[in-house]
Structures are given as structure tokens and as C-alpha cells.
Write a protein that binds this ligand. Structure first.
Ligand code: HEM
Ligand code: SF4
Length: 551
């Protein structure tokens, strides 16, 4: 965990009292909704279909049990008893009352949580691998760098009014769990041939109306130079990014229009001016930030303790263990993913009771730490393998031992028409229907790793472009239709999916997905070939045929 300093606490508290005053003026009518809009957006407050929505940042997806308990308290005290974990390491509260928002913010500030820059045209919450610091084989803990970037980007005067929002994601592992290639800037930590730590810098990724996979602008930028290099990118974007058309304002459009070589050249010219200036990071600063991260004192534990050997006879436990428990860098420990995708439930929702119970379990079994991933699931990052059976039993009791991580019912979905004022179609009910269709664990296991992503409109909050199966809601003559893409992926081999044919009506979506899955089972080269690899090998044609032959 990272320990915040006095500066952070002061900043957060000042922000709360400033916002309290703004809300007071809005409630008294001194400010119109229009005047208030800019102020509320700077504090993560949106106006949805039915109510205000409040988006809270979870920097690099790391939460202490104390912080999770406070999120549960906010859900219970100010909302309808639940929160919604999103695809960008944020949590959203959907039913918050404006008059109570300052109190909610003040309660969160007590545990060092805030909502700054969770909306608006600035750098958003810097996201990272939810296994950061515990993943075997990572170059180093990417959160050290995420934290440096968090400090650099928070209330940065020059970049508080960018042409559009700006998202940065970092990974330090060969396998990308942070979806860095669909971010405005993606950073991959690695070592140079000389053993120096630095970054491959990718730029211009993003989803929405015009999706792009990020391109590498520089294969290696030394860690010490990363702030000046990023500042150079932001300056070029701030200067040349379009402000006349919201759909063309993202950096991906600038990179596309200039071409990556021209863009890289512009950035390089800017960088040469500033690279040896104030933004060069001293080793002492890196060490200071590194020292603020504390790690558990791991014991020396066996990889296969008796408790685990015994529990392996229970098929229900084994079913859960096989897809929820992942290797850890310390022998005898494991990372446990907690699926927030129950059969028939809205993906990513957790009740206040579940959050409280998870905070207790984190205290008991994971050194008081919880992680939040972009797949809308949580994780306990430091579980001793001998505790896995006891943890599983406890998770069963709170309905969170859901054995579907990475399986077909582990669906990412945006809120869609149930909440969102921009939606064309429903997302959550589609996800709910699909989890029911694929509720049988044996079948799901047979299908293997398959990611379904659903968005209720072209803004792509549900990352549909990069779903192995992507589902996009569109409106046709006042009715909900869905475009289906296949073959997308958000990992180190990120790729946009391909449309398989005409949009289908709401009632047919689940049937179409079943057809696609059945086609895959018949077409795969062997049981180990993943859905997305079969699509890669064969293209979309056989799937298109299967879906549309009878429609
Ligand atoms: C009130 C609810 C929401 C509103 C009004 C909203 C609005 C938007 C808009 C306008 C965009 C398009 C931005 C662009 O053109 O680049 C967008 C994109 C996005 N939103 Fe949301 N959103 C909402 C909820 C959510 C939720 C619940 C999630 C996560 C589950 C989410 C995550 C994202 C992501 C990941 C993108 C993708 C943009 C990109 O990759 O470039 N949003 N959202
Ligand atoms: S994808 Fe569209 S419908 Fe879904 S949350 Fe985003 S803006 Fe709303």
C-alpha cells in the first residue's frame, strides 16, 4: 500500500470544502445547472438518466480494507446500498443526492479517497495492472510509476483544460492486464539492453466512435525522463488537438491525422527543449516514492499445504480454484480474483454488505489489501495458499465465490439504458440474460476463456471493440438493435473486433452469442485453442455463416 503525505491530505480536504460551497450555491439557485456543470464534473459528478452519478477514483486499483469499508459506508449512507466498479479502476454511485455529496466526499477524504479528475478534459485516474507488485516476473512494481504520474498529473495547471479527456495506463508485465493499448498513452515498463529501467511509450489508443490501437512512439524512454517525455506529448496534443469537434478532439485523431512519424517528430522537438530541465526525476525522488509503498512480510510457506491438498477433493472448491486463483511472486501465496459477475446480476456491482465482508476477509487473509481490475472484478492480492479453502468458504457465504473468472459469463458491461442518458440500448439486461444462458459451469469450462463486452452506445464504456465477442447497442426506428463483433482483444496483442453482419434485435442477442459459441466449439483445432485464436485463424466468415444462415 502507498502512504499519502500531508500535502495529499490538505489538497483533498481543501477540495471538499470548495465543493461544499459550490453545492450550496447550486442548491440556493445562485448557480444554474449549466454554471454548476463544469464545477461538478471536476469532482466526478455526472447527471445520468435518473439522478446524479458520482465517480470515485481508485488510483492504480489499490484499496486498503479501511478504504473499502468507507466505500461501503458511502453506498449505505448516501446511496441505495451498492456501488458499481467500472472499467477504469473507479467506483460509481448511481443514486447520490446532491445535497449530501459534500458529506460523502468528506467521509471519503478521511481515508484519502477523492473524485478529482474522474471526469472533465484532464488526465484521468492513472490505471495499472491489478496484480501490480505481486505478479510473478514483473519488471518492478508499476505503481511506483503510476504514483509519480498521479502526483504529476493531479491539478497540473497546463493540462487541466485539454482538448478532451486523457487516459494513461501502465503495465510492468509481459502479459498486459491493464489494456494499455486502448489508452491515450500506454506505458510498458521494461529494461534496456544495459539493464536500465524505462518505458516503451505507446500513444493514440482509445475506443469510442473511432477506435484505435495505440502505436509505439518510442521503444525506450528512461524512467528518469518519463515525465518530460509525457509532458512533451501533452504539450503537442494541447497545442494541436482539435477543439472544434468533440468527436475529433482525442489524441488518437491527432496521431492518426499527422501520422505517428510526424507526431513523434513534433514530440521529440518539444522534448529536446525540456528533457534536462526540472522534470528530470532524481533517483532520490523515485526512492522516496518507492519507500512509501509497504509490502507484507511474507512467511516461508509450502506451495502445496495440507489444507489445499485436502480441499482439492471437493469439486466445487476445485472449480472455483481453477479459475480464481493465480500465481504469486512469493512461494506459498496466491492472488485471488473475486468475480463480481453472479448469474443474473449486473456486472461490477457490489453491495455495502459485500464490500464490508470483503474488507474483513482482506484483513484476515490478504494483509488488509484489495485490488480493482478493469474487468470489473476485485482481487485479494496476498492470500496464503493454506488459507484458500477457508477463504472460499467465507466467500460462498456472501455470494462471492463465483467460479467464472475469464469464462463466458465474466462479462464487462456499461450501465446502458438503465442509467445512462447517452445510451441507445440496454446493456445490463443483455449481460444478465447471457450469464443465465451460460450458467452451467461444465459447459462454460468446456468453452474456456472467452470475454464478452457490452456497450449501450458508441462511446464504448463497456470496451465492446476489444471483447472477444463485442456487443454494441444501436437504435433503429426507436428499437434496440445490437451489432456483434468478434476477435477483439485488450491484452498485449490488442486488436479491434470485426463486425460479423447486420445488427440483430434485442430478443435475438443471446441466441446469436450461443450460435457463435457453438460454431467455435465445432471449429476449434483442439480444446486448447481459445475462441479468439480460432477467430484469428479462420476469420469471421464461418461465424457469419452460422449466425445469418437461418436469420
Ligand atoms: C453516467 C454514466 C456514463 C457516462 C455519461 C459516460 C460517458 C462517456 C462518454 C461520453 C464516453 C466517450 C468518450 C470519448 O468519446 O472518448 C465514454 C467513454 C468511456 N467510458 Fe463512460 N460514461 C458513463 C459510465 C461509464 C461506466 C460505468 C464505465 C465503466 C464501466 C465507463 C467507462 C468508460 C470507458 C472505458 C470509456 C472508453 C473511452 C476510451 O477508451 O477512449 N463509463 N463514457
Ligand atoms: S457506452 Fe454509452 S450507454 Fe454505455 S455508459 Fe457509456 S455512454 Fe452510457
Amino acid at each position: 500500500m502507498y502512504a499519502y503525505d500531508e500535502l495529499d491530505r490538505t489538497l483533498i480536504n481543501e477540495r471538499v470544502s470548495e465543493f461544499r460551497d459550490q453545492v450550496k450555491r447550486r442548491l440556493s439557485g445562485e448557480l444554474t445547472e449549466d454554471e454548476f456543470k463544469m464545477l461538478r464534473l471536476q469532482n466526478g459528478v455526472y447527471l445520468q438518466l435518473h439522478a446524479y452519478m458520482f465517480r470515485v477514483a481508485i488510483p492504480y486499483g489499490t484499496l486498503s480494507s479501511k478504504q473499502l469499508r468507507q466505500l461501503a459506508h458511502v453506498a449505505r449512507r448516501y446511496d441505495r446500498g451498492y456501488g458499481h466498479f467500472t472499467t477504469r479502476q473507479n467506483i460509481q454511485f448511481n443514486w447520490i443526492k446532491l445535497a449530501e455529496l459534500p458529506d460523502a466526499l468528506a467521509d471519503l477524504a478521511e481515508v484519502g479517497i477523492h473524485a478529482m479528475q474522474t471526469s472533465g478534459n484532464n488526465t484521468r485516474n492513472v490505471t495499472s495492472d491489478q496484480w501490480a507488485g505481486v505478479a510473478p516476473g514483473e519488471v518492478e512494481d508499476p505503481r511506483i510509476w503510476s504514483e509519480i504520474l498521479r502526483q504529476f498529473t493531479t491539478l497540473h495547471p497546463e493540462f487541466s483544460f485539454l482538448p478532451r479527456k486523457f487516459k494513461i495506463a501502465i503495465t510492468a508485465s509481459a502479459h498486459d492486464r491493464a489494456a494499455i493499448k486502448i489508452h491515450d498513452v500506454g506505458l510498458r515498463l521494461h529494461k534496456s539492453a544495459q539493464g536500465e529501467t524505462g518505458f516503451e511509450v505507446m500513444v493514440g489508443g482509445g475506443l469510442g466512435r473511432t477506435p484505435f490501437i495505440a502505436k509505439t512512439i518510442k521503444p525506450f524512454v528512461s524512467g528518469r525522463d518519463i515525465l518530460s517525455y509525457l509532458e512533451a506529448i501533452m504539450r503537442v496534443y494541447n497545442q494541436y488537438g482539435r477543439r472544434d469537434n468533440i468527436y475529433k478532439a482525442r489524441i488518437k485523431i491527432l496521431v492518426h491525422e499527422l501520422g505517428i512519424e510526424r507526431f513523434a517528430q513534433e514530440v521529440d522537438e518539444e522534448w529536446q527543449q525540456i528533457r534536462d530541465g526540472a522534470l528530470k526525476i532524481d533517483d532520490a525522488v523515485i526512492e522516496e516514492i518507492r519507500s512509501r509503498f509497504s509490502y507484507p512480510a511474507y512467511e516461508k510457506l509450502p506451495h502445496m499445504p495440507d489444507e489445499l491438498r485436502k480441499a482439492a477433493h471437493d469439486p466445487k472448491f476445485e472449480a472455483w480454484r481453477r479459475n480464481s486463483v493465480f500465481p504469486h511472486k512469493a512461494t506459498g501465496y496466491a492472488i485471488v480474483t473475486i468475480s463480481l459477475k453472479p448469474v443474473g446480476g449486473p456486472p461490477g456491482d457490489a453491495t455495502a454488505e459485500q464490500m464490508d465482508a470483503l474488507a474483513d476477509l482482506a484483513d484476515k487473509y490478504s494483509f488488509g489489501e484489495i485490488r480493482v481490475g478493469h474487468e470489473q472484478n476485485l482481487a485479494l492480492p496476498h492470500v496464503a495458499r493454506r488459507d484458500l479453502p477457508a477463504l472460499w468458504t467465507a466467500l460462498e457465504k456472501i455470494g462471492l465465490a463465483i467460479p467464472n473468472v475469464n469464462l463466458v459469463s465474466d462479462i464487462i458491461a456499461c450501465p446502458g439504458l438503465d442509467y445512462c442518458s447517452l445510451a441507445n440500448a440496454r446493456s445490463i439486461p443483455i449481460a444478465q440474460e447471457l450469464t443465465q444462458r451460460f450458467a452451467n459451469h461444465e459447459t462454460a469450462n468446456l468453452i474456456g476463456r472467452l470475454h464478452i463486452n457490452i456497450s449501450g452506445c458508441i462511446n464504448a464504456c463497456g470496451h465492446h471493440h476489444v471483447g472477444h465477442i463485442g456487443i454494441l447497442g444501436v437504435e433503429k426506428n426507436g428499437e434496440e438493435f445490437y451489432q456483434i463483433t468478434i476477435g477483439g482483444r485488450a491484452d498485449e496483442n490488442a486488436q479491434l473486433g470485426t463486425l460479423i453482419g447486420p445488427a440483430v434485435p434485442y430478443a435475438e442477442v443471446a441466441d446469436v452469442v450461443e450460435d457463435i459459441v457453438e460454431a467455435y466449439l465445432a471449429l476449434r483445432a483442439n480444446p486448447d485453442e481459445l475462441f479468439v485464436d480460432t477467430v484469428q485463424r479462420l476469420g469471421v466468415e464461418p461465424f457469419r455463416e452460422r449466425v445469418y444462415a437461418t436469420r
